[in-house]
Design a protein around this ligand. Structure first.
Ligand code: NAD
Ligand code: MG
Length: 398
């Protein structure tokens, strides 16, 4: 945007954890942004409050049952209300410079593609888009000539440390992981882990799904796939290092022996602010970060035995986009089943592993060429995963 001209943006998933951090960044610099659309899945009242605070033009709730509540809560504000999946897509397609893609799960794919097709740059939090349909997603972005700016803190770190002209000299990329709540837990404690224990992340405050993904380390597995698509490196050049302080978010090792890393507080407002200001850097709304008070930084190898999700993600990545799509679908179903008390914590990765085996038996690789094709594979992956869970539960009941 030219200097002084506010940037017009929309937020998909505005009521979530990333959505709330985005609102904070915007409210910290109200002159810099005009908000067009805000959307949410459910919780119409919260969405209305967000829309009012951000002075959005339109608020859209995906759940059609939320319409009356949304409309009533916005009465007299001049903010338009709409509901349903088609309305979310319409809102995502409104002309803006930047769309923050912060819906959780494969549900984010269709609206984010709609925003790309409409010509908006994307601040991408929804990593599942790339895991479900990475090559297709990027080809649409290229066709539309839009930028994909990574919000995910590790990928944002890499994006900041990347010297585009030296891309051929990149030897490897390392994503750090906090290790989650079970970094040092014995496997028996993990087997018996409660929902509350699994949600209790030591460093980041996030939505429920990604919090469970962090506890299984499937989040880091999804991030390896995300990094593969964003930065074009093969699995063997994408490393994961556990770094419990969550200060160094990621680094690039260059051929000349230099390592460029990005550091900062474990606060999503920093990578979000970076994407919202890019290519400029706006002053932060967060407190200055004091490395001396952190004192020391430690790094360790992830334990692949207790965290099989990391290897499952690499296995899926080597199988192609259909396999990564099924990995994601199975993981979404398994996380929901864990949160519903249907399966144990270690059953999450076991369900994903078994679903991937069923899929591998079923067919070869296919290339995904449309949102419909991606969602059809997603539906098949969910069906397979549900079958795996039901079979396990029947066995347990015997
Ligand atoms: P969240 O659960 O807090 O929020 C999700 C948002 O998506 C909510 O606004 C919800 O209403 C909306 N939504 C859910 N289902 C929907 C549907 N079917 N249709 C339309 N909208 C729907 O999740 P979050 O933690 O903010 O994470 C959002 C995305 O960002 C995820 O892909 C996550 O992996 C990624 N991410 C999050 C963080 C974080 O710190 N929270 C960090 C990095 C990446
Ligand atoms: Mg991350």
């Amino acid at each position: 945007a030219p200097a002084g001209k506010p940037r017009r943006i929309s937020i998909l998933g505005a009521t979530g954890s990333v959505g709330a951090s985005t609102a904070d960044v915007i409210l910290g610099r109200p002159d810099a942004f005009i908000v067009e659309a805000v959307t949410a899945g459910t919780r119409a009242r919260e969405l209305a409050e967000t829309a009012i605070r951000l002075k959005a033009r339109i608020a859209v709730i995906a759940d059609p049952n939320g319409y009356e509540t949304l409309k009533a809560a916005l009465a007299g504000t001049g903010i338009e209300a709409a509901a349903g999946e088609a309305a979310v897509i319409e809102a995502a397609s409104r002309p803006v410079e930047l769309v923050v893609a912060a819906i959780v799960g494969a549900a984010g794919l269709a609206p984010t593609i709609a925003a790309i097709d409409a010509g908006a740059d994307i601040a991408l939090a929804n990593k599942e888009c790339l895991v479900c349909a990475g090559a297709f997603f990027l080809s649409r972005a290229e066709a539309a000539g839009v930028h994909i700016l990574p919000v995910d803190s590790e990928h944002n770190a890499i994006f900041q440390a990347l010297e585009a002209e030296n891309m051929p000299a990149v030897e490897s990329i390392t994503l750090t992981a906090s290790g989650g709540p079970f970094r040092q837990a014995p496997i028996d404690a993990m087997r018996r882990a409660t929902i509350a224990e699994a949600l209790n992340h030591p460093r980041w405050s996030m939505g429920r799904k990604i919090s469970i993904d962090s506890a299984t380390m499937m989040n880091k597995g999804l991030e390896i796939i995300e990094a593969h698509f964003l930065f074009g490196l093969l699995s063997e050049r994408l490393h994961v290092v556990v770094h419990p302080q969550s200060v160094v978010h990621g680094w690039i090792s260059y051929a000349d022996g230099s390592i460029l890393a990005q550091l900062g507080a474990a606060d999503m407002r920093i990578p979000i602010g970076h994407c919202l200001g890019w290519p400029k850097r706006y002053p932060a709304t967060t407190k200055p970060f004091d490395l001396v008070s952190v004192g020391s930084l430690t790094f360790e190898k992830p334990d692949l035995e207790r965290f099989p999700a990391l290897s499952l993600a690499r296995q899926a990545l080597s199988g192609g986009n259909r396999a990564t799509n099924v990995l994601n679908a199975a993981n979404e179903v398994a996380v929901e089943a864990f949160l519903a008390g249907e399966i144990g914590f270690l059953d999450i990765a076991a369900t994903v592993a078994e679903t991937l085996d069923h899929m591998a038996a079923a067919s070869g690789s296919v290339s995904i060429q449309s949102v419909g094709a991606a969602l059809a594979i997603d539906a098949e992956g969910r069906r397979l995963a549900r079958g795996v869970i039901d079979a396990r539960r029947r066995l347990e009941a015997v």
